[in-house]
Design a protein around this ligand. Structure first.
Ligand code: ZN
Length: 300
């Protein structure tokens, strides 16, 4: 596993995921300060095990309760676990976690199995709830937990000071764009959280994203703008598709979000449908789209 030093004091490390952190892998962070913590231990960390550090890990922070972000939690079983107060309860049981995803019944059984067998889900009713703005003093660093809902209701970004490095979790600044298909997800909150990141960007040294992008040091504002532009692109595609009335199922089959059909992602049809419905609601609220009596959508 690639271990890349970040920051000035040599105690903050990127634990780079395989294939550049492409899902289901991801990039984790390790801070070896007086207090030793790991943010989002990935599948790669799960495979590497405790050898990723010679230190005893005191604290694991999950940016949110998603399978790829908690896959390595069990490596540090004795460490305290922390999530935002909206997502911490999802870690208490497999039922709670599944309710958070809110997937169709047809995927539920399969998803339970994958979450446990591949991503090592173990119930953590002891997970501690963090609140927005909570600061952890680790010795030489201060770690700020900032609530950035939208991807899930309790998504956090983690700011390291004095290095001014922000781990952005699944606001991952990829070319794919943001994902907001969970039961607790929100398109409007995702956009608001990204606008907050963009406002923060000029004072930062780097973003670190869980997937793909990794360490971003140049043009941080542009990176957020390009990511936000994907949301606008999805809006425009929906308006093009609804020149003639179309049902949500017909819209989902166009794969606006994924670009093409991925047979190995069983939840893709679900995600396309949920996310495009959220775009439809946003465009209806703006007066650019209407829902006809038969349920089909039409551009105004
Ligand atoms: Zn996620």
């Amino acid at each position: 596993m690639e271990r890349l030093g970040l920051g000035e004091r040599g105690d903050l490390h990127l634990l780079g995921g395989s294939r550049g952190g492409k899902y289901p892998s991801g990039n984790s962070l390790l801070l070896e300060d007086d207090l030793c913590l790991v943010v989002d231990p990935s599948l790669d960390v799960a495979e590497a095990g405790a050898s990723v550090t010679s230190r005893k890990v005191d604290l694991v922070i999950n940016s949110h309760a998603h399978e790829d972000h908690f896959a390595g939690n069990s490596v540090f079983e004795d460490a305290e676990l922390m999530l935002h107060e909206n997502d911490a309860p999802l870690m208490a049981s497999l039922d709670a976690l599944m309710a958070g995803y809110g997937m169709d019944e047809e995927f539920d059984t399969l998803w339970r199995q994958i979450t446990v067998d591949k991503f090592n889900f173990r119930p953590r009713p002891d997970a501690r709830s963090a609140v927005d703005g909570e600061v952890i003093d680790t010795g030489r660093n201060r770690v700020h937990l900032l609530h950035t809902p939208g991807h899930t209701a309790g998504h956090l970004v983690v700011r390291f000071e004095p290095d001014d490095i922000v781990f952005v979790g699944d606001l991952d600044l990829t070319t794919f764009g943001p994902y907001y298909a969970d039961a607790s997800a929100s398109l409007d909150e995702t956009v608001a959280s990204l606008e907050m990141l963009r406002d923060m960007a000029p004072g930062l040294r780097a973003f670190v994203s869980f997937h793909e992008a990794g360490v971003i040091e140049d043009d941080l504002v542009g990176a957020v703008d390009r990511y936000l532009a994907v949301v606008d692109h999805r809006d425009r595609r929906l308006l093009e598709l609804t020149e003639e009335p179309r049902s949500l199922g017909e819209i989902a089959r166009e794969c606006v979000v994924y670009g093409k059909r991925y047979e190995h992602i069983p939840w893709q049809p679900f995600a396309e449908r949920v996310m495009m419905e959220r775009h439809a609601e946003r465009l209806i609220a703006r007066g650019e789209l209407t829902r006809e009596e038969d349920g089909r959508f039409r551009r105004v």
